[in-house]
Every structure is written in C-alpha cells, then in structure tokens.
Design a protein around this ligand. Structure first.
Ligand SMILES: CC(C)(COP(=O)(O)OP(=O)(O)OC[C@H]1O[C@@H](n2cnc3c(N)ncnc32)[C@H](O)[C@@H]1OP(=O)(O)O)[C@@H](O)C(=O)NCCC(=O)NCCS
Length: 146
C-alpha cells in the first residue's frame, strides 16, 4: 500500500471525486457539487487514491459552538475494502479531529451499511442516536467513542 495518497480535496476535480464516493455509499443523501463545496468550507474533506485510482474519502467535522465533539467518517469504495484502507483513513481523521481540539469523537453510519457499522463497533464506537430523515426509509446511526 505504499502508493496510497490521502489528500485534502481543495479543487473541483477532487471535490467531484469526494462527491462520487460519498453519493455511491450514501445514496439516500446524494449531494450536489455546490453542497459539497459548501461542506468543504466547514469540514475537512479528504480523498484517497491508490496510485491514480480513486478508492475512498473521509470527512472530519470539527467541534463547533463551544462543544467538544468532532465527527470522523471514513468511506472506502466496495471494490477496495478489506485491505486496511479504511483503517488508514479513519486513523488519519481521528488524529486530525484530536488536533482540532476534539474531546469526544462521533461517527455516522447509514443503517444499511453493514460494513460501516461493523467497522465502527470494532473500533469501540457505541450507538447513541438514530435519525430517519423525513421521507427516507433508512436511518442514520450516530455512534460515539466512549
Ligand atoms: C467502514 C469502511 C470505511 C471500512 O473500509 P475497509 O477499507 O474495508 O476497512 P479495513 O480494510 O481497514 O478493515 C475492514 C476489515 O478488513 C480487515 N482487513 C484489513 N486488511 C486486510 C487484509 N490485508 N486482508 C484481509 N482482511 C483485511 C480488517 O481487519 C477488518 O476486519 P473486521 O471487519 O473483521 O474487523 C467501509 O466499509 C465503508 O466505507 N463503509 C461505508 C461507510 C461507513 O459507514 N463509514 C463509517 C465508518 S467510520
């Protein structure tokens, strides 16, 4: 995995790559490019490549409004899972969240993402909330690192 590159999405091409991974993995919350650009103002969005091949992305939402909770989400495309890429993205996001002053770490997983729920639980997260957006049939699960 020596040719793994994880970079902050700081131009439209990388934001489109981030969007592609996000929307494929979270089809019930597909984002437009404008929405992704807006998110990039608030959150750290990163994209992962193996060589030139897009393999995943991540989101680190820093603590806001005096709270100490940050959100870290790793996403790996299905064809590239179970090679340790998720671990690398997650550990990097966790370190960034801590550097941003996070005391508590949360992650959010679409309930149908069995791999994501298993990964979060394996990494010590416990479910604290569930949210079903109006009109959706699959809830989002919020999990927290105790
Ligand atoms: C969660 C997610 C990012 C994990 O990605 P991944 O690249 O498969 O993660 P890893 O490869 O690091 O670990 C997954 C499993 O593969 C195993 N693995 C890692 N390297 C391996 C290798 N070389 N050979 C075989 N298995 C391996 C890990 O031990 C782990 O096993 P486990 O499920 O029994 O604990 C991915 O499933 C995903 O994108 N899910 C949807 C998004 C999501 O819900 N994200 C929230 C989680 S923060």
């Amino acid at each position: 995995m020596t040719n793994l590159r994880i970079e902050q999405a700081n131009d439209d091409a990388m934001l489109q790559d981030w969007q592609y991974v996000h929307n494929l993995i979270i089809p019930t919350d597909a984002l437009s490019l404008d929405e992704v650009r807006e998110r990039a103002q608030r959150n750290r969005l990163e994209v992962a490549y193996l060589g030139d091949v897009l393999v995943g992305c991540s989101t680190v939402r820093p603590p806001t409004g005096g709270a100490s909770t940050a959100t870290v989400i790793a996403r790996v495309l299905p064809d590239h899972r179970r090679q340790g890429l998720g671990e690398k993205l997650y550990e990097r996001g966790l370190a960034q969240a801590r550097a941003l002053g996070a005391g508590e770490i949360e992650t959010i997983v679409l309930a149908s993402n069995v791999d994501g729920l298993r990964f979060a639980q394996t990494h010590g997260f416990v479910e604290v909330d569930s949210y079903l957006p109006p009109g959706d049939s699959v809830p989002f699960i919020t999990l927290r690192l105790p």
